[in-house]
Write a protein of this length. Sequence first.
Lengths: 260, 566
Amino acid sequence: MRLSEFEPRIIGFLCNWCSYAGADLAGVSRIQYPANIRIVRVMCSGRIDPTIPLEVFKMGADGILVLGCHPGDCHYVEGNLYEEIKINMLKRLMALTGLEPERLRLEWVSASEGQRFAQVVTEFTERIRKLGPSPLSGQRPDRQILENLQAARDAASDFRLRVLVGRERELTEKSNVYEEKVSQEEFDTLLDDIVKTEFIRHKIYLLAKANQLSVKALAEQVRMKPSDVLCHIVEMRRRNMIALDHVEGTTPIYKALEVE
Amino acid sequence: MNENEEPRVGVFVCHCGVNIGGVIDVKEVVEYAGKLPKVAYAEGNLYTCSSEGLSKIKEAVTKFHLNKVVVASCTPRTHETLFRSACEEAGLNKYVFHMANIREHCSWVHPKEPKKATEKAKEIVKMAVAKAVLLEPQIEPEIDVLPSALVIGGGVAGMAAALSLANQGFTAHLIEKENEIGGKLKELYKLYPNDDYASNILGEFTQATRSNPNIKVHTSSTVKQVEGFIGNFKVKIDREGKEEALDIGTIIVATGANVLRPDGLYGYGESKNVLTQLEFEQLIKDGKLGRPKNVVMIQCVGAREEKEGGRNYCSRVCCAVAVKNALQIKELSPETEVYVLYRDMQTYGKDFEEQYRRAREGSVQFISYDKENPPDVFRGSDGKLTVRVRDIMLNAPLELDADLLILSTPLVQSKEAKELSKILKVPLGSDGFFFEAHVKLRPVDFATDGIFVCGTAHSPKTIAETIAQAYATASRAGIPMAVGRVRTEAITASVDESVCTGCATCIRMCPYSAIQKDERGIAKVNDVLCKGCGVCSASCPEKAIKMKHFSDAQVLAEATASLGGS
């Protein structure tokens, strides 16, 4: 596909009270912007579960815009701030998949900002046009990235990552009973670590689901040291994600268990 | 509608005259829609919102046995209610309707690209159909509202609100923490702008309140606990250690405000000759003014600070209070020189400006200072006070002797209000005052249904404004109590009990405290309190919370309909 012919497919999730109204105002004011965006209305930007953008990317979207009220203006008090935390986590997760995190963007657009809405959409559309088509669009999506995105989606749907994201504001803004407060840097380090761990575990899970594999074979596929993979397998066995299937010679072979 | 019924979607594409039809090829969109899976019928209308268009929807629902309806026209923010009513008239649940916005989001913003706009409109319709297929009927729960209000605070705001409610025929429980009602009015002497005695106004209000059979006055009482929701609040009040339970339909917060004690500022607390305006009122009320030679007032003491976490707001009443008290001094002791040191005089209210002019003409001295150079106060060895100030009009320093120094300090939120905001689960703004749902659209409501705010608990204001606002809350609170029933949100969250582990992530996030653990430790959503934002659903670590009308499956179906394949 020649770049000039490329028309990005952009999905916009807009909150009902601010951003959707801002998009309406752009219409009433007849402000022109590229016709690439497809808008989905939700009551609050905070409704966007981290798995939703990943599912939409899996289907081949070239870009996703999540638009909510400016901080302090949220119709539901702080839904937008909770969404900001989710998007921050998602971008870290996306960075591991091979799909560019800049394909996902969160912006604040108020009900009176028709002009700003058009500007954000125009600017984002051009950014995505320059970035080129998603490797998952078209007839032949990149298998590796698609698998990675599935692992990312599963990680985003898993308890551990969701609990951490759900507690970010509590941990960084309020102090615990010992009057300890986690600094944003400390939290981000922790988040990065858990995002990476959970992504790898779900990657291993998907590989073991496709084929029963040894630790060595798994390690080759995820490009990690076998000892590190073994550590993950121990934890995954504890969580009932994976089990020993049989032993070939002296090599244990693992299989994925049904979860959810 | 039978749940297992196969979806039969009807699609109605509006021309909106030339608004849509002038750009988008509506015929093409209708043909396209007709071929989409699960679409049983599609047609184009000149104006779908006209009575003719609405009849067409109703006819088609019957004729083609439609059980979902999509209208592709303008924004749901203005027209969803109308089309939903048409669906209800056709015998459908109004939540099986979905709108495709092809005007504001398409024809109006792409008028120069009709081909692209038509393609976009088709996809928008496809997305809407994908969601419509998954839509389910929803019920808006209807609940009874008890005709009994709780008014917290027995000052002029609370008394005015209680009286208005009582005169509408409702019971009003008036809660006052002190042993008598009256609030700050008890401490005032004369009121601006027309020098009424505060005691007269107070007498009229307290007498009417005390003698009204519909008002139950609870003095020496505080609110300890509030549970429930609009129509059915369960309130516990504490009266000197004894607990009393009340069943309440609506709540009005009228807790008032305190006057800032400017400890450490301008010698306050160190010299008995430095007073706040409120303390000064008491002095003249007691007839102890005497014949001071010089009186100096300083405005904006501890107010309009312009710093993070500071009292950055204007307290609004202090300018008029200073003008009034300056005139009082002149009246009682004409020989006394009165100096008012100010940053800006804001005598904005009815008749205030006239009073200000009278003060200027009546030889009260107004000296303006800027916030970078606030006045300095010195106390001589004989205890005499001297105020040094840079007059920005003269651009020169002045030195004034002060027999009395009166500080105009702002109204500040009381300590108890913070506690009350937690009990009621309603927010305080960054200035500490109670925070309304919307500054213009819902100025006396809280975001939580059935709770309202008036008077200086909300922001500093005059007595006249306070009374007007109190009447406003009584009117707002009276609506659901007069009707006797309210319909609540149908789009709420629901918890899958078999999946919930009781981790309480949702409970911490819910801005309406609509989620609580039941006796088994499982999260339970109170449908009446839930406003349907979906933050809990998007955050639940176990993905145990489903949003009605905006489920993951529904949102994803709409979002991905235009992608992949097609």
